[in-house]
Design a protein around this ligand. Structure first.
Ligand code: ZN
Length: 261
């Protein structure tokens, strides 16, 4: 059962809006694309959870804080035996590991995702200890892009590669799980600790006056909306339809984020 559904973060909503409404530098556009891609990968992982039994609780996109350090958990699963951290990496292409160093095959280094996962687990452990909660934690790095290849990887039980995902998930969901009040209280506690957004998230600089105005399609995010009939808009790019009322409310929310952040 999904207790916390996944939403786009305000950071992604702002980046997505700016990418359409102004010219972003290559660096900022790349930053935006990474966020968009990450979200796509997380949604794909969510699809796999739909067939899990009710006796698994899932909290998606939790943003927690311990000792002034923020950490995000892409998906947290609560089952009888343990808590499960799933860090979803929607990396596309060829990567290689050289000792502790992760690189694109081109040679450009990237942050070791195992270190990020270890940090996340360690902070969650300490936060739970502080709250008097004691649960074992299992952490996994899930690479779910079908075109992901990792060279020189030694077998590592914390890494789930694209060809292993189905087997891994099938095994997990067949683990017997009977939840009790202790598990539900933990879920409530984590929901109460959840922050709506990173307070110091990076965003490109912009002035309201330089932004192209207009309503964006909620599906493909293009400007090509036309009035279809009284009360409805249709996107000329992807044919998505939406009521004008919804589109206006959605745009108000978007402008509020742009104004506030
Ligand atoms: Zn569209």
């Amino acid at each position: 059962m999904v207790l916390l559904p996944r939403f786009e973060s305000p950071e992604l909503l702002i980046l997505r809006s700016l990418a359409r409404r102004k010219h972003l530098s290559d660096k900022d556009y790349h930053y935006y694309e990474n966020h968009e891609k990450g979200f796509e990968g997380e949604k794909k992982f969510d699809d796999l959870l739909e067939s899990f039994p009710e006796e698994w609780l899932f909290l998606n996109g939790l943003l927690l804080e311990y000792n002034n350090s923020f950490f995000q958990i892409n998906t947290l699963g609560i089952a009888q035996d343990s808590l499960y951290i799933f860090d979803i990496k929607y990396f596309e292409g060829d990567f290689t590991i050289d000792g502790e160093l992760w690189k694109y095959v081109s040679g450009t280094p990237l942050k070791n995702p195992l270190h990020q996962l270890q940090r996340c687990e360690s902070l969650l452990k300490r936060l739970l200890q502080e709250k008097g909660q004691h649960f074992p934690i299992k952490s996994y790095l899930v690479f779910n892009h079908p075109h992901f290849t990792l060279y020189h990887a030694s077998p590592d039980q914390t890494m789930i590669l694209p060809s292993q995902i189905n087997r891994f998930m099938t095994k997990l969901k067949h683990n017997k799980s009977n939840l009790n009040d202790k598990h539900r209280k933990l879920a409530d506690l984590l929901l109460a600790e959840n922050h709506p957004y990173y307070p110091n998230a990076y965003k490109p600089k912009y002035q309201y006056s330089e932004l192209t105005k207009g309503i964006l399609c909620s599906k493909c995010h293009s400007f090509f909306l036309k009035k279809l009939q009284p009360g409805t808009l249709i996107c000329q790019s992807c044919s998505h339809e939406e009521s004008i009322e919804n589109a206006v409310l959605r745009s108000l929310q978007e402008f509020r984020f742009l104004k506030e952040k």
